[in-house]
Each structure stands twice: as C-alpha cells, then as structure tokens.
Design a protein. Structure first.
Length: 270
C-alpha cells in the first residue's frame, strides 16, 4: 500500500513535466484541447521556432541574459554571504545580536512589500532597464537566507581552528580565507545551487526592471509566445521551456551530492 501511494504521488508530481516535454513535440494545434499525453504526430518544428527566437531576438540572447543573471547572482551571494556570515559567527562587535535579529526579520517580509520602494530607489538611480537592480543587491548580502545558512554552518566549526590560525599569525582575513572558507564548501555549494536555480527561474524581478526584449531572460521570453489578442505559439513556448530546464537539471545533477555533505565529511577528518 505504501509503495502504491508513493508511486501515485510521484505520478502527480511528474505529470506536468512529462506533459510539457511531450507537448513540445506536438503540432501547435494539438496542444490545447487534446487529452492525449503521447503525441499523435511528432514534430521538431517547435524547437526550430524556439531556437529562432521571437521579437527579433534569438534564443541564445535570452539564454545568455539568463546565464549572466544566474552566474552573477551566484558570485554576488557567495562573496557577500560568506564574509557577512564570518562577521556574525566569529567577530564580536557591539549590536551583533540586534543586527543579526534584524537580518533574520527581513526573511519574514514578502518580496511584494518592498517592490515599490525598491523600484523607486533604482529608478531614481537610473538603473531600470539594466541588470544592476537584479545583481547589485546580491553583492550586498541582502539575501538573509544564505547568510543565515552559512552562520549556522560556521557555528558548528570549532573555534580552536581560529585560535590555532591566530597563533600562526593569521588575522581575520587569513582565518576566513585559509581556514574556514575551505571548510565551508558544502554550505557554499548548496547556496550556489539554490541561488542559480532561483535566479534562473526568476520571473517577477526581470519583469519589473527590464523593458527591452534584448535584455529579457528566458522566463520573460516564454511569455512572449502567448498573445491573448493574436495567435499564441504554445508549441514553441513548450519547446523553449524544455530548453530552459536543461541547464538547471545539469547544474543540479552535477552538484547534488554536495547538498547532503556536512562538515563531518568535509575537512575535519584526520
């Protein structure tokens, strides 16, 4: 009974993905209103249309924009979150507990609450219609989740490591770069995975700040194939969705083993 239940849940979860892949091989007219999952007629025209792009912009431009945003987010989050986490976990300074509590409190604020003030700020700075509103905050440790994750990881590392490094003449930068950062690899890679996936799939942020089609990432480009006032190309949309999903799957498959790695297996042995 348990296995039947698990299989049933797996089918429900996987069905939308399977339907998307199968629909990408159907003629455009067979996607909406056709209850058959398996294509009656197989075609690759949808992929040709998707790779050809839309609105005068090629698929590769959309993919490059998504890659720039995803990689930039990963670099910014890792660079800022690791340094901030070290400060909260290892350096005693006035108000540390208050600042940390305020940072954690920002996790309770929905993104929609800060949309208007953020847009007004970036618009007044002339950053709208560029990648800066989407990337600059990543380099300022505004992602409290990742800082919290790394703080908790650092608190699990013995302070004797810091003391031994300090005896050898290391300051804070040396302790962080030479001793703790290598041990933080599981937390860093886990954060990189989530940051990449969240940025790659982000729709609302680019929708707010990017106005030109040549700056659109893939999630916004997918919307262009659906036009409520004209003909919608659902086949090309499904094909582009499948192509957009491939980098995320590859990224996850390559680094998934680090999601379950811990400090006990990364650097504290022997």
């Amino acid at each position: 009974m348990f296995h039947v239940l698990v299989i049933a849940i797996a089918v429900v979860i996987l069905y939308p993905g399977v339907w998307m892949v199968m629909s990408s091989f159907k003629p455009n007219g067979d996607i909406v209103g056709n209850v058959n999952l398996w294509p009656e007629t197989w075609t690759l025209d949808n992929y040709a249309s998707a790779l050809g792009g839309i609105g005068g912009v090629s698929f590769w431009t959309f993919a490059l924009n998504s890659l720039i945003l995803a990689v930039g987010s990963v670099v910014g989050i890792i660079a800022s979150a690791t340094v901030s986490a070290y400060a909260f976990a290892r350096i005693s300074f006035p108000g540390r507990g208050v600042y940390f509590a305020v940072m954690i409190g920002t996790m309770l604020l929905p993104f929609h609450v800060v949309i208007i003030p953020q847009y007004i700020l970036f618009n007044s700075m002339g950053m709208v219609n560029t990648f800066l509103p989407l990337l600059a905050p990543k380099f300022l440790a505004t992602e409290a989740f990742f800082v919290f994750l790394m703080v908790q990881f650092l608190r699990g590392l013995p302070r004797e490591l810091d003391e031994a490094a300090r005896i050898d003449g290391c300051g804070h930068w040396g302790i962080f770069r030479l001793v703790l950062l290598p041990l933080m690899r599981p937390a860093v890679i886990t954060s990189a995975i989530f940051a990449f996936i969240w940025s790659w799939n982000d729709f609302l942020g680019p929708l707010l700040y990017l106005k030109r089609p040549d700056t659109y990432p893939l999630p916004i480009a997918l919307r262009l194939f659906v036009d409520q006032t004209s003909v919608s190309d659902y086949g090309a949309q499904m094909a582009m969705a499948v192509l957009a999903l491939v980098p995320v799957l590859l990224f996850f498959v390559v680094f998934q083993r680090y999601l379950v790695d811990g400090v006990a297996t990364q650097g504290l042995k022997g």
